[in-house]
Design a protein around this ligand. Sequence first.
Ligand code: NAD
Length: 267
Amino acid sequence: MADKRIGFIGAGQMAEALARGFINKGVCKAEHMWATDPVDERKEVFRSFGTNPVDGNIEVVTSSDVIFIAVKPQYVSVVLREVRPHLEDRHTIVSIAAGITLQSLKDAAGDGIRLVRVMPNTPCLVGETAAAMCLGGKADDSDAQLVQRLFDSVGKIYRVDEKLLSAVTGLSGSGPAYIFLMIEALADGGVRSGLPRDIANQLAAQTVLGSAKMVLQTGKHCGALKDMTCSPAGTTIAGIHELEKAGTRAAFMNAVYAATQRADELA
Ligand code: NAD
């Protein structure tokens, strides 16, 4: 891994989050990273943390082994067709573009290329992404291990069949927005009950963080964890009753399902 050189075509928000995560966790040295972007300020950002900004997409490809395609979805094909003559067996192409299928990547990059499609989410920016990947073209287990190792440094990644990537988009891809809405609503409830806004925001966010850690660290069923906090005729069961009356479970299920269907329509 340490000998792999990593390139970013598109040096935007996601590319920066990934690059900083890889460097901070020591999975790649900054001097072994290349990045390009038509916007000079983005290249300067990459220079500021020690990577090698270059002027063109082809230079990224010739300098790197693992190439992240981190442009907006509509530019993916154009970028891959540009660099296609310079792709070699040593390259692993990792596309993080939403909705761009392995077949589209193969059509643009050509046969015989190692392709990995990843759906990350925005908590990548704070090193806590929930991501999924699928393999295409000539990619094999060694490519999966490589991508796993990289994403372990910015959160968690799971391997799925490509047909499940829309469901991943509906759950973890779109999920941060559902949770932001929930945190805002919890804080509103706190303010309605008399708390100052800043304390209400902190309490709501920390409650979500702590609860998620309990689920991940204890391995207990969410229902069991919920039951542990509900004493008979207590405060929590009174709150739960209101959530059940409002159909909160169905609302979250419907949100994931609707976003999944939308992702299918866009793919
Ligand atoms: P961004 O706009 O911050 O970054 C894209 C960068 O690509 C820009 O800096 C732009 O100047 C550059 N660019 C445009 N054309 C280019 C070209 N021809 N060659 C090289 N660079 C070019 O966008 P982002 O939020 O970082 O998203 C990047 C990709 O990640 C998208 O495809 C998106 O679907 C995917 N993604 C984003 C999120 C998210 O929440 N931001 C989540 C999952 C997946």
